[in-house]
Design a protein around this ligand. Structure first.
Ligand SMILES: Cc1cc2nc3c(=O)[nH]c(=O)nc-3n(C[C@H](O)[C@H](O)[C@H](O)COP(=O)(O)OP(=O)(O)OC[C@H]3O[C@@H](n4cnc5c(N)ncnc54)[C@H](O)[C@@H]3O)c2cc1C
Length: 384
């Protein structure tokens, strides 16, 4: 019932039958998998196939490349899938990062080759930015791209890279050996030259994480997206939509948690009344609802700034922080409402809580996002 209410709100806001139908479709695709743990990799793959069959990854790409909409539509889809019960993490890397970087910085040939395949899901991306020695400080990155007679040679190491084993292309951020600036390169997968070691993570995510070792990995000339050493702008044109889509997913998962908790609070009788009659139970849920709505408004604003082509870092970081806080708060309130049953594999509430907690630390940590907001929003001295 709560889900239906949100769909009604979305209908009013978007004021467009097509987008409302899209929202409903995404919600029902998420709901189909709501009983599956986020760490269930088979469920994640099957869900992604269905998301692709429905044409959803194409949503933010221009019609010329087989798409149908813009960033706001993709965010609506991401939020609705998650609110239904199951987000599509691959939208984050393939469509939001890969799609945005190639759309804004690729050559016409690269756009024609890659974008329709991102849109129909036949090309799945992973994204290699984080390094063990640099962490959040990407400026300290040491992975290098060196020009060769036929293209580029990549040397270095990346860690925590999601879904390397379940992707067709890796988007690699490396330092241009000549200029010292960032270059963005595509590496087809699987790649024999790439050494990989799995990182064991203790949170339910629908893909495995890897440390990858580039020891003279060769890629052709046209693997480069944009200009050598000038990929900084392209990188942020990918990271800003990533922040927005993660934010949309956090709001959606938070809404799912809230919907389940309120349903439970109406039914669970202790001390002779439903627990939902107690204000101590109601208030944290009501507060979480306010936070989620506020977060969604920031996400919409972030999308508008991004689409305008303006400097979107401030708006996108604000949306990410607010949404991930709001999602986590909703999951925590929901967990508390469920009492002991919140920790069972039947409700999956702790599974969702864990995932939302992860989003406080990744893909950009709360602290690093706040650092950026302090500098770009308040003109405070740069501390990082
Ligand atoms: C499940 C999972 C999946 C991931 N997938 C990918 C992926 O696909 N691709 C990819 O490239 N990366 C991926 N990552 C990596 C992720 O983006 C990083 O973990 C994250 O950016 C933080 O980097 P770090 O772990 O090195 O933390 P660190 O940079 O070591 O930071 C540790 C802590 O110190 C704080 N800190 C550091 N510097 C400052 C400062 N100046 N001011 C305030 N606080 C500071 C941070 O906020 C953080 O809380 C993934 C990580 C996980 C856990």
């Amino acid at each position: 019932m709560w889900g239906e209410l949100v769909s009604d709100v979305a209908r009013e806001t978007i004021g467009d039958d097509e987008r409302a139908a899209l929202a409903d479709l995404a919600f029902s695709l998420g709901a189909k998998y709501e009983n599956r743990a986020f760490g269930d990799i088979d469920a994640g793959r099957q869900h992604w196939r269905e998301v692709c069959e429905a044409g959803l990854p194409a949503i933010s790409l221009p019609a010329t490349y087989g798409g149908a909409g813009e960033m706001a539509d993709l965010l609506l889809v991401a939020e609705r899938l998650a609110a239904g019960g199951y987000p599509a993490g691959k939208l984050t890397i393939s469509t939001a990062i890969g799609g945005a970087v190639i759309l804004r910085h690729g050559t016409e040939r690269q756009k024609k080759e890659w974008l329709p395949a991102i849109g129909d899901g036949s090309l799945r991306f992973c994204f290699a930015l984080t390094e063990p020695g640099a962490g959040s400080n990407a400026a300290k990155m040491s992975t290098k791209a060196t020009r060769t007679a036929n293209g580029w040679r990549i040397d270095g190491q990346k860690t925590y890279i999601s879904a390397v084993d379940d992707s067709d292309v890796m988007l690699v951020v490396a330092r241009d050996a000549e200029s010292g600036g960032f270059s963005i390169l595509t590496l087809p997968l699987p790649c024999d030259q790439l050494q990989m070691q799995q990182v064991g993570v203790m949170v339910g995510v629908p893909e495995k994480q890897w440390t990858v070792y580039f020891d003279g990995v060769e890629v052709p000339e046209d693997a480069l997206i944009g200009q050598p050493g000038q990929g900084g702008r392209a990188l942020f044109d990918g990271l800003n939509p990533e922040r927005l889509i993660v934010a949309a997913q956090a709001v959606g998962i938070g809404r799912w948690c809230l919907a389940k908790a309120t349903e439970y609070a109406r039914q669970r009788v202790v001390f002779d009344v439903p627990i939902g009659e107690h204000q101590a139970v109601q208030h944290p849920l009501a507060e979480a609802l306010i936070e989620l709505e506020a977060a969604w408004a920031l996400i919409e604003r972030g999308a508008a700034v991004y689409e305008s082509g303006g400097s979107a870092g401030l708006a996108c970081n604000m949306a990410k922080v607010k949404a991930c806080d709001a999602g986590l708060k909703a999951a925590d309130a929901a967990l508390q409402t469920f009492g002991g049953s919140g920790f069972t594999d039947e409700t999956l509430m702790y599974d969702r809580f864990g995932y939302l907690r992860l989003l406080k630390s990744t893909p950009v940590s709360r602290e690093l996002a706040l650092n950026h907001i302090a500098v770009s929003g308040l003109d405070l001295p740069r501390s990082y």
